[in-house]
Design a protein around this ligand. Sequence first.
Ligand SMILES: *Cc1c(COP(=O)(O)O)cnc(C)c1O
Length: 444
Amino acid sequence: MSVFSNRQQDIAQKIQESAVIENWKDWRWQMRHAIKDISSFEYLLGVEFSREERTALQQTLDTFPLSITPYYISLIKPEDYKNDPVFRQSFPSPSELIIDDYDMADPLAEDSDSPVPGITHRYPDRVLFHVSNVCAMYCRHCTRKRKVGDMDLIPVREEVEQGLAYIAEHPEVRDVLLSGGDPFMLNDEYLDWILTELRAIPHVEVIRIGTRIPVVLPYRVTDALVSVLKKHHPLWVNTHFNHPSEITTSAREALRKLADAGIPLGNQSVLLAGVNDCPRIMKTLVHKLVINRVRPYYLYQCDLSEGLSHFRTPIGKGIEIIESLIGHTSGFAVPTYVIDAPGGGGKIPVMPNYLISWSTNKVVLRNYEGVITTYKEPDAYEPVFCDRNCEKCTLQLTVDSAEDDYRSIGIAELLSDQDDIISLVPDSNERLLRRNGADEEVET
Ligand SMILES: *Cc1c(COP(=O)(O)O)cnc(C)c1O
């Protein structure tokens, strides 16, 4: 379906007098004409900033550059552009120059958890693989703000080869998450090459792509791109819609193409003050997503990256949003609300509490309506000794299809009988340092 709204036509013709719908829908045309300065923005939207505003904005741009596709600009409503969710996500705010006490350049320690350039290996069985440092639109709330627009950081082919080699040498990696920048900013042939190389690694079971293309440049989802992607199943795509107004006819068309190619689609939203910190907006968003075959996956608490303080909400706002979803709407429309742990601990779910209390044979729960109920636990349950060694167990896990050396780690290790560890203690625990004599290592 071809859509070329009056506003889009007006913007297109301001950019290039002879522009027609074919230009507008050509993603390379959109990229060539990405808006990178304040006066082009004013001209295209028909708005004007004061001299003071312009000075403050220019200062912000000197630190954090601007880039918006003509398509994404066309979603801004000029009448009330300052409150527009698209404007707020894409247009700089002088507040970005405020650095809070707790802000960090790399809050998720992605660079420290990086064994080779481009790879962040944080979890046991999966890696984040940065294959592009280019985005169609620079999100003002980018967690990797430190890197945005820095052309020197674009991974060269040798770096991508190093990343591929790392994955090939690490048989525990069964899930590879391509990210960036935006992997869909790579050309089809190059992306095809990366996916082919990954698919040739026998232990890589699942490939995922994280992209904001369906939101900011849906025309990039061409039939040619989709036919590359569908050669490499199982391939999952996670996108990043934050507000229902981003789900336009063009975005829906891009999502339809991806879903029709058999690609399971997920969405990762970021909770942003002044954009989507509202239960009704989030409910509308998740409904629109599932209508378009996209499963809401994560709702992120805004990271502690530098320059994002004006976007952050209290955690309670996220809990309130989830509270308004669970039970009130389809289970698969509810994302998991997570905080990505500062320092690199990974994503931590923070959801409302439903377990109110419990005794040895009964738990007390509450539901979404506030009904308090009890669940009677079994009186007889034969606890199974489980050292996570499945050979002598009567439950039938086919051991040859399972991992040979199964070891639980973390809290799962505490719950198992695999060893004598009864506590996890930070190495700086002073009480245990005293107990062991301050010079000795803490033993657990
Ligand atoms: C988010 C993330 C992943 C994937 O986590 P899932 O919970 O499996 O989606 C992997 N590696 C890093 C570094 C991440 O930040």
